[in-house]
Design a protein around this ligand. Structure first.
Ligand SMILES: C[S@@+](CC[C@H](N)C(=O)[O-])C[C@H]1O[C@@H](n2cnc3c(N)ncnc32)[C@H](O)[C@@H]1O
Length: 225
């Protein structure tokens, strides 16, 4: 099935947010990293500016800068309106207001867009839909990061999650997923079954981190070979 731009919700976070969500250390920053479902986050662009190397994988990278810019503008209006209507579901201590949220997100996505064509040329942005097999070799990455995609989109179902993580763990020695909450702010129904599946082949750990925006969303799932 074709991936349609008008069904996409591009909404991107910053390097600072990735660092907190995934508890990144200096040693982590120097690892070979891949971001799954990075979309219009500025993590890759900001890491590149620091001389670090990140590959980002997302189906939205099949679209042009102009197409993404237009869709980001449309999405921003929708997401900000929804956030205003549901302010009680979020923690407003670091990000103080909906206006500030809009500034931070639009700043991240503007940074992403400015880096997008260079990053495509350098193959730092790779258009790909999980759970499809990637072109990367086994254990090519030391660290895989998955922010606000798996588990958050629990509606994709357990089978999708199993297939996606199989491919992610084929190419990564370790994967971190944040948050362990769905879009409704609940733990995914299939979490216990998913952990049981993972624990057959890998070691898993749920770690509390220093980032919480969705209420209760301050944990990451770490999966290690
Ligand atoms: C809410 S955004 C999160 C973006 C970024 N990770 C962040 O936290 O700022 C979810 C991303 O998942 C991507 N996505 C959706 N389906 C996907 C799939 N099948 N494989 C990989 N990425 C997918 C979307 O295109 C979107 O960019």
């Amino acid at each position: 099935m074709a991936f349609k731009l008008n069904g996409v919700v591009p909404w991107g976070r910053t390097r600072n947010e990735y660092e907190k969500m995934f508890d990144l250390t200096e040693a982590d920053r120097n690892k070979r990293i891949i971001g799954f479902g990075d979309g219009p986050a500025s993590f890759n662009a900001e890491m590149y500016a620091m001389g670090k190397h990140v590959i980002s994988l997302d189906p939205i990278y099949q679209f042009t800068t102009a197409q993404l810019q237009k869709r980001i503008g449309e999405t921003c209006v929708e997401v900000i309106a929804q956030t205003k209507a549901n302010q009680g579901n979020f923690v407003w201590d670091t990000i103080k207001s909906v206006n500030q949220l809009q500034e931070i997100r639009m700043g991240a996505m503007t940074r992403f867009l400015a880096d997008y064509e260079l990053g495509l040329a350098q193959k730092r942005y790779v258009a790909h839909s999980l759970p499809g097999k990637t072109d990367f070799t086994d254990n090519e990455f030391e660290l895989g990061l998955c922010s606000h995609f798996l588990l958050l989109y629990a509606g994709l179902g357990l089978d999708f999650h199993k297939a996606a993580i199989n491919e992610m763990m084929r190419i990564c020695k370790e994967v971190r997923i944040f948050p362990i909450l769905t879009l409704n702010g609940q733990k995914p129904d299939f979490l216990a079954e998913f952990l049981f599946f993972l624990n057959k082949d890998y070691q898993t750990q749920i770690k509390t981190v220093g980032y919480e925006f969705q209420k209760g969303g301050n944990e990451m799932l770490v999966i290690v070979k």
